[in-house]
Design a protein around this ligand. Structure first.
Ligand code: DC
Length: 225
C-alpha cells in the first residue's frame, strides 16, 4: 500500500525568536499538529534536577535515560508534556529548566532518545516541529525548513515579558535575561553533536521587526508556494 506523504515543517532558531508562537499559529492555520521539542528537553532536565543531578553531568544523566518516559499530548490545540506520566507543562517553564534543557541537550544519548520519538511523531502525524536541529538532524528530509531568529535584545525582551506574564523570575532585568539568552545560544550552537545551525535549505525569517501576524504570513507564503 502506498504511504501517504506527511506534511513535515521544521522550524529552528535560537531562544526567544518566536518559534513556538509561530509554530502554534501555523499549526492552527494548516490544521496540523505542533510539536514543541524544547519542552521535551526541559522535561528531561527537570527529571535530572529532581534527582539531584546537574543536567550537564553526562555520567549521572545516562543511567536516568532508560528510567525516563517523556510523552506529549495535544489537548485542544495545546501541547501537554508528561514526565513519567505527570503533566509538567507548567513546571518546565522556569529559568532553571531553560538552562538545564540547554545543558542536557549537549549529551548525544539524550538527543538520540528524544529525536527517535520526534521522528515517530512526524511519521504518524502532519506536524510542524520547532527546536534547534530539526532541519539538520531530526527531519533532514522535511520539505519545509525555516530558521527563525531575532536580535538578542528583542529576544531578551520577549522572554522577560513571557516570564513576567507567568509570574516567574520577577527579579530578572533585561540585561540579565540577555546574558542568559546569549549563554544558551552559545551552548546550543557550539555543542559537538547536532548543534543549532541554519541549514542551507532553510528559509531565514528574522522576526525582530515583524508582528506575530506578519511572521506567520512570511512562513505561510513559502508553504503555499
Ligand atoms: O525552545 P526552548 O527554549 O524551550 O529550548 C530549551 C533548550 O532545550 C534549548 O536552549 C536547547 C534545548 N533544545 C535542544 O537542544 N534541541 C531542541 N530541539 C529543542 C531544545
Amino acid at each position: 500500500m502506498e504511504q501517504k506523504q506527511r506534511i513535515n515543517i521544521a522550524i529552528d532558531g535560537p531562544a526567544g525568536a518566536g518559534k513556538s508562537t509561530l509554530a502554534k499559529l501555523i499549526a492552527e492555520r494548516l490544521n496540523i499538529l505542533h510539536l514543541d521539542t524544547g519542552a521535551m528537553y526541559r522535561a528531561m532536565a527537570l527529571k535530572a534536577l529532581r534527582s539531584g543531578i546537574e543536567p550537564g553531568d553526562a555520567s549521572r544523566v545516562l543511567p536516568l535515560l532508560p528510567k525516563t518516559e517523556i510523552t506529549v499530548k495535544n489537548i485542544g490545540g495545546i501541547q501537554h508534556t508528561y514526565l513519567d506520566g505527570e503533566d509538567v507543562s507548567n513546571l518546565i517553564r522556569t529559568p532553571e529548566a531553560s538552562k538545564g534543557a540547554s545543558d542536557i541537550g549537549v549529551i548525544p544519548e539524550v538527543r538520540m532518545k528524544l529525536a527517535e520519538s520526534q521522528r515517530k511523531f512526524a511519521e504518524e502525524y502532519d506536524v510542524i516541529m520547532d527546536g534547534r536541529e530539526i532541519g539538520s538532524f531530526v527531519l533532514p528530509d522535511a520539505p519545509y525548513k525555516f530558521y527563525v531568529t531575532a536580535s538578542a535584545d528583542e529576544r531578551a525582551r520577549r522572554r522577560l515579558l513571557e516570564l513576567q506574564q507567568k509570574g516567574i523570575g520577577l527579579d530578572k532585568t533585561l540585561e540579565s535575561m540577555r546574558e542568559e539568552i546569549l549563554a544558551r545560544d552559545h551552548t546550543d550552537s557550539t555543542r559537538a553533536f547536532a548543534p543549532l545551525v541554519q541549514v542551507q535549505d532553510a528559509i531565514l525569517i528574522d522576526t525582530t521587526e515583524l508582528s506575530v501576524e506578519e511572521a506567520v504570513e512570511a512562513v505561510l507564503r513559502h508553504i503555499k508556494r
